[in-house]
Design a protein around this ligand. Structure first.
Ligand SMILES: Cc1ncc(COP(=O)(O)O)c(C=O)c1O
Length: 488
């Protein structure tokens, strides 16, 4: 046995101090040792522009702890997490029940591979999610991030058709401005230019059809009319190319990254009927809208305008991630209809679904998800959220009344409105984000769309406080003189 040389140990202990105090490309120098500055030097942050002018790179907000809906920085300043940390958090940060469940799981089994092995949290979670679909969907296939779940659904659909002899079905349809993640396969069904265009040469772009986004309604049209128009466009494509199309993928009820574009539930029922008629799979991407965000546990439950959804009217695949662990750990999964799995039952290995990820079905993540489902049951969350949704709508009334604000909309726990682009000016989202931070709110508008999607842990008073801060922020951002005064 050999022991490391003492000098080697010292060098390891000192590692962080050996990271240069300036960034070779992005820093103008200064040797800032704050966590934010060190992060800028050591971490390549997601979805973040790196500008050659170092002073233009806004340092990240360094968070040291979380508590309910609050994120807290090193100076003890608190920020209300109005966007649930990228739409993942459901029951607040450092939730005691989820903490305890993960702690307990940690004492027994932290991880085991799911190929050839299994464990109780993965099995129980799969069983409970199947029960939540009334048994319509099952065969939980686990992965880690949302984009991986989308990749799995796309691959399974294509492979299903191949296994059933329909080898020409290898194309996909997505909705205009739809977003399904940023791995190469998921980008092919994503219609958000800033994420997709640079990688276009790598993808096999899907067919893009009209979104049912209700904001497109002409003066005399209802949201349902827009959905009908969108369905007509979908049908025209299916009539022409169904023989080559494997699946349609949709974000049910709310297209998140499109700017919380909301649409009439009749689109879901209509799309289901068309997919049946033309023998095309329907993939419901509930990564953002699942877990109660839209008012029901699965957004798809609203496909029939509130009536129970019979087994045959569920999608063929349903992708879930983000909130399923309460926002604690990366976990995603794909539920599918029983007949999908049947097509993979064969001695021939080429007919098997050989997809895998190392952390597939991680026990800690599954246990966090079970604790999340327990909270839904024990605290009657969906019923209580109906009241919270009302508080949210009321709290945002001041913003809704501003003449520069249009298309005010809400679906369950998601509230959004558009700001007149002229009034918003350049880089509205970035300016709003910083001004809201000053006021103790973490918000990230999408383009000119201001939205909130908070964790389910606020009362009427806190909702009103949030509404006041956001209104104050908006007024400051739309009035640059006011913004400058606040910053001074
Ligand atoms: C609808 C939808 N699908 C897929 C994804 C991708 O999930 P992830 O970021 O975990 O890969 C997202 C992420 O925001 C999403 O909103």
């Amino acid at each position: 046995m050999s022991f490391p040389h003492p000098a080697a140990r010292d060098a390891r202990a000192d590692t962080h101090r050996r990271v240069p105090l300036t960034h070779p490309v992005l820093d103008s120098g200064g040797g800032d040792t704050s966590l934010a500055a060190r992060s800028q030097r050591a971490v390549w942050h997601p979805c973040t522009r790196l500008r050659p002018d170092a002073s233009a790179n806004e340092p990240p907000l360094a968070i040291v702890r979380g508590e309910g809906p609050w994120l807290i920085d090193a100076g003890d300043k608190r920020y209300f997490d109005a966007i649930s940390s990228w739409w993942v958090n459901l029951f607040g940060h450092a939730n005691p029940a989820i903490n305890a469940a993960i702690g307990e799981q940690l004492q027994t089994l932290e991880h085991v591979m799911l190929a050839g092995c299994t464990h109780a949290p993965a099995v129980e979670l799969a069983e409970r999610l199947t029960a939540l679909t009334g048994g319509a969907l099952g065969n939980a296939f686990y992965a880690s991030d949302g984009a991986s779940a989308v990749e799995i659904a796309l691959k399974m659909s294509f492979h299903y058709w191949r296994n059933t002899g329909l080898t020409a079905k290898r194309e996909f349809i997505c909705l205009r401005h739809g977003y399904h993640g940023e791995t190469v396969g998921a980008l092919a069904v994503t219609d958000v230019e800033i994420f997709r265009d640079a990688y276009d040469p790598l993808t096999r772009r899907a067919h893009v059809v009209m979104s049912p986004d209700a904001r497109q309604a002409a003066r005399s049209e209802s949201a349902a009319d827009v959905a009908t128009r969108a369905l007509a466009e979908l049908e025209a494509l299916l009539r022409e190319r169904a023989g080559q199309i494997a699946a349609l993928i949709v974000e049910p009820l709310v297209q998140g990254a499109a700017g919380m574009a909301m649409y009439d539930p009749s689109y879901l029922e209509g799309a289901r009927a068309l997919c049946d008629r033309y023998r095309v799979h329907l993939i419901a991407d509930e990564i953002a809208v699942g877990c109660g965000r839209t008012g029901t546990f699965f957004a798809w439950e609203q496909a029939r305008g509130g009536d129970a959804v019979p087994a045959h009217a569920w999608p063929d695949f349903l992708c879930l991630s983000k909130g399923i662990t309460g926002g604690y750990l990366p976990l995603s999964l794909v539920l599918s209809r029983p007949e999908i799995q049947r097509a993979f039952v064969a001695d021939d290995i080429a007919r098997s679904f050989l997809h895998s990820h190392s952390y597939t079905g991680n026990p800690l993540a599954c246990r966090a998800a079970l604790a999340t489902l327990d909270l839904f049951e024990s605290e009657d969350v969906l019923a209580r959220n109906r009241e919270r949704a009302q508080w949210l709508g009321t709290a945002m009334a001041g913003i809704a009344a501003d003449p520069r604000v249009s298309h005010v909309r809400q679906r369950g726990m998601i509230w959004a409105a558009d700001i007149d682009p002229q009034a918003a000016g350049a880089n509205f989202a970035g300016r709003f984000h910083l001004a809201a931070r000053e006021r103790g709110v973490l918000a990230r508008p999408i383009g000119h769309t201001l939205y909130v999607m908070p964790p389910y842990v606020f009362d009427a008073e806190l909702a009103n406080w949030l509404g006041e801060q956001l209104l104050d922020t908006l007024q400051a951002v739309l009035d640059p003189a006011e913004e400058a005064r606040h910053a001074a």
